[in-house]
Design a binder for this molecule. Structure first.
Ligand code: XMP
Length: 510
């Protein structure tokens, strides 16, 4: 296996996931892990991630020199690269020119890392510091006009340092570079697959649950559906699925979920639907701050489950479909900083009536969850469903949530989705939805002045939901959508299209 050592960068799980894409097993450990423990794990290779610190500063995350003397190949990325140089006697300092974004890098194709990579290749850079001088024994194998050491190697010792981020898809040939490292440098075989994950997880869940009772939070989305089916496979009718309709679902979605998972659907689950709309609206009344809204929705969810659990009797485990991007953005992903507290992760109250929470998908990215879903035999239609956040429309209504606003955004979103599907674009776009802005503006309809809300349309292309680009929807499709929304949805008189990528924006609005 490969070990990824986490120094707190935003892309750490991406590194792990790219390694898994090479069909190589991979685990992430904190930089605080002792050298003895690392030795015990006997890894085939070690990858040091990026991180927010400056390695030359007092108290910065660091590693021991011994790590580079284990005879195990090491690849340092960004901060990891700087740290490797710093620890081994090179010089790292603040860069005279900060590099951020897609930058053309010239690479040395004689390096094992870059053998089949183009000599000039676009890479994703994001750094304030740079390697001013490589460590002794190293050779420079890539540079840019502003970055003399964009990569360096000490081939005899299998040590490699890369200033840019090969794990991010903006680095066009990044996957090649990482696969060169795991196959050519580390000699990994590449025989690990998703069916191993599914098999292993189902077996582990069966052992963990024993003859206990399990309660699953089913939202009908891809993540919780995959988690539910996984549990159903593991423990059958020891599983009860509770579907809370919080009144923040898309149009007709509650009934659709019931059709699939209810008593008439293909799965033999114990299924309970709770209609809790009014309860959620009451709690959200007057609340505008996004984090506060997320916390309220998350907490209310748990309360509803607690109540259901009490009705069912003794329940030992609660299953949630948390996936990795939820974990990292909530600030629970090892060393990274908080971006948003995701529902199902951040909003947990102090006392819970369950023995333990089970999150079988916690280490996976969305597309990996889909692969696992297919592996489990879940129909494609469900597996390729649009992702939908746990707090639902609650975070697609900027500012206060009311029943009227929910209705507006539901209708606008349904029109948008219908027209996207009609235009044959639905499978090609990563995620698309309508959000209700908190902005009202003046319009004219018929001969009347209007003063109504603006809807924002969002569509992004993304593979892993950690980075995304705005999708280019044909103008004529946008035209149809906007005229239908304004005509058919009362109190909306303006439609805006969001062109921002992630970063700097996030996919959702709150
Ligand atoms: P952001 O807005 O953080 O969204 O760029 C990334 C992806 O995560 C989804 N998302 C959530 N999923 N609970 C979830 O299960 C949440 O609280 C949540 N917030 C965002 C979002 O729809 C996108 O696919």
């Amino acid at each position: 296996k490969i070990i990824v050592i986490d120094f707190g960068g935003q892309y750490n799980q991406l590194v792990a996931r790219r390694v898994r894409e090479c069909n190589v097993y991979c685990e992430i450990y904190s930089y605080k892990t002792s050298i003895e423990k690392i030795k015990e794990m006997n890894p085939k290779g070690i990858i040091l991630t990026g991180g927010p610190n400056s390695c030359y500063e007092e108290g910065a995350a660091t590693c021991s020199k011994e790590l580079f003397e284990l005879g195990v190949p090491v690849l340092g990325l960004c901060y990891g690269a700087q740290l490797m140089m710093h620890v081994l006697g090179g010089h790292v300092c603040k860069a005279p020119v900060r590099e951020y974004g897609k930058i053309e890098v010239t690479v040395d194709q004689s390096s094992a890392l870059f053998g089949d990579v183009s000599e000039k290749t676009i890479c994703w850079m994001s750094h304030n510091d740079y390697i001013e001088e490589k460590a002794p024994g190293f050779k420079i194998i890539a540079h840019t006009p502003d970055c003399p050491v964009a990569a360096a190697e000490c081939a005899e010792k299998n040590l490699y340092a890369i200033q840019f981020h090969p794990e991010v898809l903006h680095t066009v040939e990044g996957t090649k570079m990482l696969s060169n490292f795991v196959y050519k440098v580390c000699g990994c075989a590449g025989d690990w697959k998703m069916d191993h994950f599914v098999e292993h997880t189902v077996k582990a869940l069966r052992e963990k649950v024993g003859d206990g009772k399990v309660l699953c939070a089913l939202s009908g989305g891809v993540d919780s559906s995959v988690a539910a089916v996984m549990l159903a496979k593991a423990v059958g009718d020891q599983l009860t699925c509770v579907f809370v309709d919080h009144g923040l679902l898309r149009k007709n979605e509650g009934d659709e979920v019931e059709e699939v998972f209810g008593p008439n659907g293909p799965y033999k689950l114990n299924f309970i639907r709770v209609n809790a709309q009014d309860r959620f609206y009451a709690k959200l009344k007057g609340v505008e701050e996004p984090e506060h809204k997320r916390k309220i929705i998350g907490e209310e969810f748990i309360r509803v489950f607690e109540e259901e659990a009490k009705k069912i009797g003794k329940v030992d485990f609660l299953v949630q479909g948390t996936i990795y991007p939820d974990v990292v953005e909530s600030g629970l992903g090892g060393e990274s900083a908080v971006i948003k507290s995701h529902h199902n992760v951040g909003g947990l109250p102090d006392y819970v009536d369950f023995k333990e929470i089970i999150e079988p998908l916690r280490d996976l990215f969305k597309d990996e969850v889909r692969k696992a879903g297919l592996e489990l035999g879940i129909p494609e239609k469900l597996v390729y469903r649009q992702p939908f956040p746990g707090p639902g429309l609650g975070i697609r209504i900027i500012g206060e949530v009311t029943a009227e606003k929910v209705k507006m955004v539901q209708e606008a979103d349904a029109i948008y989705r219908e027209e996207i599907a009609k235009a044959g674009l639905d499978r090609g776009i990563g995620q698309y939805f309508a959000a209700l802005t908190n902005m009202r503006s003046v319009g004219v309809m018929g001969d009347e002045r209007t003063y109504d809300y603006a809807v924002a349309l969002r569509a992004v292309n993304t593979i892993d939901f950690m980075t995304a680009e705005a999708a280019e929807i044909p103008w004529d499709v946008l035209g149809i959508v906007s005229s239908r929304i304004v005509n058919e949805v009362p109190h909306i008189n303006r439609v805006l299209y969001d062109c921002t990528g992630k970063p700097p924006a996030t996919i959702e609005f709150e």
